[in-house]
Design a protein around this ligand. Structure first.
Ligand SMILES: [Zn+2]
Length: 473
């Protein structure tokens, strides 16, 4: 066991209220030291698109797992071509004795990261740096904490000689942040070969902390909106600008976009979003909190809907949104435009579908000259159930880690994670990260990504407790 001194700073000097500074000696357990070292080492791999180091990270992880006693045949490495770039995926099987008669559990993380330019960061993004109570580095949150925590948990349980009563799997993708080619292939393989009872994702959710780093609530990602981008185009024969025609591609497209600007999709409420607002409304002050509680009570309350729709933080929870994001038109200042194209990005409410959304946009525009093109493959995924057994296991982890019960709040994400590819195949998938952060410390994908050191260590028993609950009796 190594002993390590560190400074527990309440916050970065530049951000938020500052808690009393405090020097404390942290004695790392063997387990904490091991996970810390894995975390440090894998942050050193630049697993961003263009750098091709995912395979190095896979080799590193399989070496550690194999040293811990996982058989070669249970460490499944697959090569993928992610839109022209090689990457790898890793699936790890922890064999159970089958005594529960239950189907396996699959846990997800991704090994790739969004790239980070060292010259733009205050510290090297690919060197784990501990400073002011934070770990800095690309992937400290998204999602190398999840990888290190899950791998560390498997190694710890193996060292203990523990045998689960059902099979457990880790599925680590290699291109979650870009093409998700490995994710799709792994999800298909898992469906065909494992057919799990459910899936737990390490890449979202987690404990929300208040300004003083006290736990407020455990967020559980149970649904994701569908990301779909359309190009809307008007074409025209064009001609010389000295001889304007009665029709014009730019005017026609502009008129169509103004109709979209005024359009609001139907307000939708699901048990998930209502309970989310009911819970969050307890801690959000003022008019916004009142609106959240009123909407949870009655989703047709017009004042509550107006307040939530006018707030960028909440509008996405009330239904589908579509918004113009890019525009291009014309080819010369003295020529009539032969085409005008707008990019419209939609975040579609679960259950609505891309076709229905496109049909609604077309109906609102009401002009057959506006053509629609869907820009990329879309994954639609249903809302997942937070099962009672999973909720109970998560609650047990929270109680152990924080010494008290904290509320568990399922929510719908407007972003995208590996989870949607499992949901779309029919598997209930919830993201229940062991991480914890304050909202002002969210730097995933951005500059100077960080994770609170205290929260890092306090999350390291999370998966052990959950797995012993779900696969230990
Ligand atoms: Zn992620």
């Amino acid at each position: 066991m190594r002993v390590k001194a560190f400074l527990l700073a309440g916050a970065l000097a530049s951000a938020g209220p500052i808690a009393a500074q405090d020097t404390e000696t942290r004695q790392l357990t063997d387990h904490q030291q091991m996970v810390h070292d894995i975390y440090r080492d894998i942050i050193g791999f630049r697993t961003a698109r263009g750098h091709q180091q995912v395979d190095d990270m896979v080799a590193y992880l399989t070496k550690h797992l194999s040293d811990a006693g996982f058989a070669q045949e249970d460490l499944m490495v697959t090569d993928y071509d992610s839109d022209g770039e090689p990457t790898q995926g890793l699936i790890v099987r922890y064999r159970g004795d089958g005594s529960s008669g239950e189907k396996p559990i699959v846990m997800l993380a991704h090994m790739d990261v969004v790239d980070a330019l060292p010259e733009d960061w205050d510290r090297d993004p690919f060197t784990l740096t501990e400073e002011d109570g934070y770990f800095f580095g690309r992937g400290t949150m998204d999602n190398k904490y999840g990888v290190a925590n899950l791998v560390g948990t498997f190694i710890r349980l193996k060292d203990e000689g523990w045998t689960p009563n059902r099979d457990l799997y880790l599925a680590f993708s290699g291109d979650e942040e870009t093409g998700m080619v490995s994710t799709r292939a792994q999800a298909k393989w898992i469906a065909e070969n494992v057919d799990p009872a459910f899936v737990l994702n390490s890449d979202a959710g987690g404990t929300a902390l208040d300004d003083e780093f006290k736990p407020l609530a455990m967020r559980v990602q149970a649904a994701e909106k569908t990301f779909a981008t359309f190009e809307l185009t008007v074409t025209n024969p064009g001609g010389h600008s000295s001889r304007p025609r009665s029709d014009n591609a730019i005017y026609e497209l502009s008129a169509a976009l103004l109709k979209l600007a005024d359009h609001k999709f139907a307000v939708q409420a699901t048990p998930l979003t209502r309970s989310y607002f009911a819970a969050l409304g307890q801690s959000v002050p003022g008019e916004l909190g009142n609106a959240m509680r009123a909407f949870a009570e009655n989703p047709e309350d017009p004042a509550a809907v107006a307040t939530l729709q006018s707030n960028p933080e909440t509008v996405g929870m009330l239904g589908t949104t579509c918004v113009a994001t890019m525009l291009r038109a014309g080819h010369a200042e003295n020529a009539l435009p032969q085409s005008a194209t707008a990019t419209v990005n939609c975040r579609i409410f679960p259950g609505i579908g891309v076709e229905q959304t496109q049909a609604e946009l077309a109906r609102v525009i009401g002009n057959d000259n506006v053509s629609f093109k869907l820009m990329a493959e879309v994954t639609e995924s249903p809302v997942s159930v937070l099962r009672d057994d999973v909720r109970a296991a998560v609650a047990k982890s929270l109680a152990a880690r924080y010494g008290k019960d904290i509320p568990i709040i399922p929510y719908m994400e407007s972003g995208g994670t590996d989870g949607m590819h499992y949901r779309t195949l029919g598997y209930d998938t919830v993201a229940v990260s062991g991480g914890a952060s304050r909202s002002q410390d969210m730097y995933a994908h951005g500059l100077n990504e960080r994770a609170n050191v205290d929260a890092f260590y306090s999350g390291l028993d999370h998966w052990t407790i959950i797995l012993k609950e779900l696969a230990g009796r």
